[in-house]
Ligand binder design. Structure first.
Ligand code: URA
Length: 246
């Protein structure tokens, strides 16, 4: 017997977190009957699973990709308003994978794509303190005192203090500055809210690293690059997971 959310992640359909939502919405069926229980177990050897009426393929071996998300695309597989989504790029890959976390539509940079549910869950969970590095072009030129507010862990965004960030100025001109920020949590619009919180709204934002992986300089926007098993195992080790089998 296996847990449904683990199974859905291993087919590459979506992360476990998103799988729970699909189950709650009654969109997942086992042999034609809705499975709404979040911790529901079932036997994949004898049962047929469908999501929105589409029968799912079998789980695949774990694969991992680096993806350079271009600005102008939503990090979702389906947008009711018909805007461009990253699905267009994921559909070109031979194995079904989902993005680890999200970048806003106007944000570019590194997204990890995988069907490795254990890894994705840990990379996204705030308790693992996984670093994410961003380069932000902001309005005006932040002072050291303003940067210090990003580092203290006292800056309140969306009603809660933001975890302390590393913040350094890279360069700038009279009306803008480039800032590098390292965060260990991934709240919605976090960088934009933190920069606005110190009086310097973001003009442009790019994620350049996630965990120990950097966006390769030669990976053009819209391109993906498969990670070797060795690199994937190194990434897994960062969040306390053992190496992949085989
Ligand atoms: N912070 C933001 O404001 N947006 C993102 O997409 C990622 C981090």
């Amino acid at each position: 017997m296996v847990r449904m959310q683990k199974y859905l992640a291993e087919t590459g359909l979506c992360s476990r977190r998103a799988a729970k939502d699909l189950m709650r919405q009654g969109r997942v069926t086992v042999d034609g009957l809705p499975m709404e229980e979040v911790c529901g177990l079932f036997d994949p050897e004898v049962s047929t699973v469908a999501v929105d009426g589409q029968i799912l393929g079998k789980p695949q071996k774990p694969v991992h990709y680096l993806f350079h998300k271009p600005a102008g695309y939503l990090t979702t597989m389906d947008d009711p308003q018909g805007r461009p989504t990253v699905k267009e790029f994921l559909d070109r890959l031979p194995v079904r994978v989902f993005p680890v976390g999200r970048l806003d539509m106007d944000v570019s940079g590194l997204l990890i794509l995988t069907n490795d549910g254990d890894l994705a869950t840990r990379l996204m969970h705030p308790s693992y303190l996984v670093p994410r590095i961003y380069r932000a072009q902001v309005e005006g030129y932040p002072t050291e005192a303003e940067l210090e507010r990003l580092r203290t862990g006292k800056l309140v965004i969306s009603g809660k203090p933001a975890a302390p960030a590393l913040a350094t100025m890279l360069r700038g001109g009279p009306d803008h500055g480039w800032l590098e920020l390292t965060l260990t949590e991934g709240r919605r619009h976090q960088v934009k809210l933190m920069c606005s919180g110190i009086g310097h709204p973001v003009k442009r934002l790019k994620r350049v690293a996630y965990c120990d992986l950097w966006l390769p300089e030669d990976l053009a926007p819209g391109r993906t690059r498969r990670l070797s098993t060795r690199a994937a195992n190194r990434l897994r080790a960062q969040v306390g997971l053992g190496p992949l089998e085989g």
